[in-house]
Design a protein around this ligand. Structure first.
Ligand code: KIV
Ligand code: ZN
Length: 515
């Protein structure tokens, strides 16, 4: 029988560490439920010790998820590990993932510790984590640049203390495939107790080789767990992309000879959900989940594909969840049908009041748009969560804009600032520019606009536009998102959402920033 390749998803932890990708508890819970539907083996739900918000998110996910193991990251110290264990208490199956840097550079410059101190702290941390669970993962951060002899000593000690998974991170994306594969193989061969642990890899994509490195570690090195994220989201250039690894192993089963438990038909819905919640659009030519990845899904019917599909297609679009957008609800759908659809989509709103508010938004949308798809419902719920939080400082009240050939576009925006309404006007190069300038004229945030993007949520010109606005100020980067059939309105919502994030949310602790 073929070995199993364990899929460890870290979208909610490493993915969330990418600048601007921070998510609320409710958003994380929705993604976790989708990951469970996708049947990933392990969900790294966050870094519980980072903040109360992160702790609560890990706890909510641990309480809700039944079919995947739920994991929290913890630095190699008692406080982090206790917080992780506490947050994971309600999980049906829990894992503590503790880590510490082992490269000379990180030990000296970041940790300011000697190798002996690091070795000892790792032993104590793994031993301490084992008090709470039998499922303990240890990662030597920056492993691909660590001294191999030291790495062997540390990993042997971690396994002896009870680590059941050893994860080798290529933290800075420095590895190259064959070398990395051999590095894993050498570690497994040299460490006397290596057979007592499952070997895992965690690769970053700085040189565009995260997926190749992970697969080489599997093929050459015998790794049996891959850490990855939906859409390859993650710090800097991102992590190993879940969809690419899974489809490579499934499509080339002849070569890898491994079982993967993932339900691949849930890949595209997961990709769309992560993209709409984080505001990180998926490039059209992205493998598996990009809009152009399949000729027939993108409407390009090449002659060859028409004659025989496998002339150009090695995977079937429907096997990864590309289905024609299904009309799920319409103007005449009632509250029960709407509630049922929310349930089927794994969306659980916290109160009847929230269901009522969402239903009202659905009705408003159905008045403007005759066909409502699943993607619209996801966007509507995200929009409600994002734009109706009690602590929202800026809220859009109304707006108008005019553009005419030969005239400079003009916008009027009325929005509330901490409950009091303000109206502002501006001209601009285009209606979106005029809208942002009108908002800025009153707010004066001075933030730098780093990205503006619009995506159609579904097909056709009736589609809602989903806008991402990325703002940077004083070293903080935030993403704002907004959805509406009118893309200028969606843009205003996204801009105000980004301003709200700059205004209210303190930056979270990055687990890899210090000791
Ligand atoms: O990239 C990395 O080294 C990590 C570890 C915490 C596993 O994310
Ligand atoms: Zn990482």
């Amino acid at each position: 029988m073929a070995d199993k390749l364990i899929i460890f998803d870290t979208t909610l932890r490493d993915g969330e560490q990418s600048p601007g990708a921070s998510m609320t508890r409710e958003e994380k819970l929705r993604i976790a439920k989708q990951l469970e539907k996708l049947r990933v083996d392990v969900i790294e739900a966050g870094f519980a010790a980072s903040s109360t918000g992160d702790f609560e998110a890990v706890r909510a996910i641990a309480d809700a998820i039944r079919d995947s193991t739920v994991c929290s990251l913890a630095r190699a110290n008692d406080r982090d590990i206790s917080r992780a264990a506490e947050a994971l208490k309600g999980a049906k199956s829990m894992r503590i993932h503790t880590f510490m840097a082992t490269s000379a550079l990180h030990m000296e410059k970041k940790l300011r510790m000697t190798p002996e101190q690091v070795h000892e702290q790792i032993r104590l941390a793994v031993r301490f984590a084992r008090r709470f669970t039998d499922d303990v993962e240890f990662s030597p951060e920056d492993a691909s640049r660590s001294d191999p002899d030291f790495l062997c000593r540390v990993l042997e000690a971690a396994i002896a203390e009870g680590a059941t998974t050893i994860n080798i991170p290529d933290t800075v994306g420095y590895a190259v495939p064959e070398m990395f594969g051999h590095q894993i193989r050498t570690l497994r061969e040299r460490i006397p107790n290596s057979g007592k642990a499952i070997w895992s890899v965690h690769c970053h994509n700085d040189l565009g080789m995260a997926v190749a490195n992970s697969l080489a570690a599997v093929k050459i090195g015998g790794a049996r767990q891959v850490e990855c994220t939906v859409n390859g989201l993650g710090e800097r250039a991102g992590n190993t992309s879940l969809e690419e690894v899974v489809m490579a192993v499934k499509t080339r089963r002849d070569y890898y000879d491994l079982e993967v438990g993932v339900d691949t038909t849930q890949i595209v819905p997961a990709s769309k959900l992560v993209s709409s919640i984080t505001g990180f659009p998926v490039q059209p030519n992205k493998a598996v989940v990009g809009a152009n990845a399949f000729a027939h899904a993108s409407g390009i019917h090449q002659d060859g594909v028409l004659k025989q599909r496998d002339t150009y297609e090695i995977m079937r679009a429907e096997d990864v969840g590309w289905t024609a957008n299904k009309i799920v609800l319409g103007k005449l759908s009632g509250r029960n049908a709407f509630k049922q659809r929310l349930h089927e989509l794994g969306i659980e709103l916290e109160s009847e009041q929230e269901v009522n508010a969402a239903f009202q938004r659905f009705k408003d949308l159905a008045d403007r748009k005759s066909e409502i798809f699943d993607e619209d419902i996801h966007a509507l719920v995200s929009d409600q969560a994002v734009h109706h939080e009690a602590d929202e400082h800026y809220q859009l009240v109304s707006m108008a804009q005019a553009s005419e050939t030969g005239e400079r576009p003009h916008a009027r925006v009325t929005f509330s600032v901490d409950g009091s309404e303000q109206t502002s006007h501006s001209e601009g190069n285009g209606p979106v520019d005029a809208t942002f300038k009108a908002i800025e004229a009153k707010v004066g945030s001075g933030a730098e606009l780093m990205l503006y993007s619009v995506n159609a949520i579904t097909t056709g010109t009736e589609s809602q536009g989903e806008v991402t606005v990325r703002l940077a100020k004083s070293g903080r980067i935030v993403n704002g998102v907004g959805a509406d059939p009118d893309i200028v309105v969606a843009s205003a919502k996204a801009y105000l959402n980004a301003l709200n994030k700059l205004h209210s949310r303190a930056d979270r602790v990055n687990p890899q920033a210090g000791v």
